[in-house]
Design a protein around this ligand. Sequence first.
Ligand code: NDP
Length: 443
Amino acid sequence: MSYTAEVLRNAIEKSPNEPEFHQAMTEVLPTLQPYLDRHPKYERAGILERLVEPERTIIFRIPWMDDAGKVCVNRGYRVQFSSAIGPYKGGLRFHPSVSLSIIKFLGFEQIFKNSLTGLPIGGGKGGSDFDPKGKSDREVMAFCQSFVNELHRYVGGNADVPAGDIGVGAREIGYMYGQYKRLTGLCDGPLTGKGISYGGSLVRTEATGYGLVYLTEKMLESLHTSFEGKQLSISGSGNVAIYAAEKAIQLGAKVVTMSDSNGFIHAPDGIDVNIVKTIKEEKRGRICEYLEYAKNAEYHDGGLIWSVPCDVALPCATQNELDAIGARALIDNGCIAVAEGSNMSTTIDAVDMLQHSGVFYAPGKASNAGGVAVSALEMAQNSARRYWSFRRVDESLQKIMHSIYTNISEIAERFGAEGNLVAGASIAGFRKVADAMLQQGVV
Ligand code: NDP
């Protein structure tokens, strides 16, 4: 049995009830085997065994009171996966589906993603099964404050720096930052995604979506084409989806779909992203409300978003949203590229189908790294007590995404997997972390 197969088998046996974590390891580990074969020092040092075991897992109770005076209890998580190359960094997700398995898969992915950015940040992730949807601002604040009453012991600018993810945007980050400051008396940049008036970075809101489009631009370039005139199918209508749509439209594409967990809109003439912003960012409404503002669209309650013909698909909602049925529809309709905005958007069999059918595919750990990259730039600005201009941050983001693409495609080619960005991203992300671990001894 190969080294990677053995580590994978043992890790699955050790944590049997964590299917999403198993999936994330199954996607990454086998692709590392050719690199590990050439460099046996990593196996001797037990690097993989250490990498699949989080440095620390914190699980805690979050009691809070709702507007009716009832005490509610949620469960909180912070998984500090790897600090080999810098302080733990990774978002917080508030969604009823959150479990240890989901946080571990996200934290594991984050190690590789953060390494790919070229910036000194380790991997971590956290969150809660709390659902902010339908809660009043006061309820969200009460929950966030209680969450931080526990979390503040483990985070800080040089230790662990969380950010947003599903269900955690500017409002939640603000409440958590306020409580952290109140408890610790410190303004040491314990969170990123902060408001601009108290240490946030310009472009952080746009970063993941813009970054996704910058990387996809390079993929299209290598196919000798561009966004100009392309039909795009985007899923989700949250932070990542909105800013991916905005940038792609600026580059000449037409976005024909967007969705939420209830259904999707299809606008053959192109979606007006400013309407989506109004519905989602201002009104916290549902995507079906788009039809109240625009006539040239239809709404599908449920249904398969990937059955709408497109040239490029950008899944930007959640894990495993693109399965074999969706992949079949994209392939049959002539889609040429899929780049993940959400983490692990695509099931393993769907990735295989896309790759075997010649659809150019980018895994989230590379294509959605723009958010964490700008978070790291926010940390740099906080340390220097400076603000950078929108243009400076946006140019840095663009440079980082382009160099991620170049790096992972060159490495894939060097290891006999030309065009396989999954292999390229895994090996490129792994090398830096593994070398740092070797140099730091058995810790
Ligand atoms: P938001 O909460 O802003 O938006 C999430 C969107 O996805 C909403 O439209 C939501 O619909 C939809 N969605 C969420 N869960 C499901 C589900 N189970 N089924 C169908 N639709 C669902 O989150 P973000 O845009 O920030 O995050 C989206 C994805 O991008 C996540 O996978 C996240 O991990 C990833 N990501 C985010 C980064 C960031 O900087 N924000 C950075 C890197 C990756 P509804 O409102 O109905 O729930």
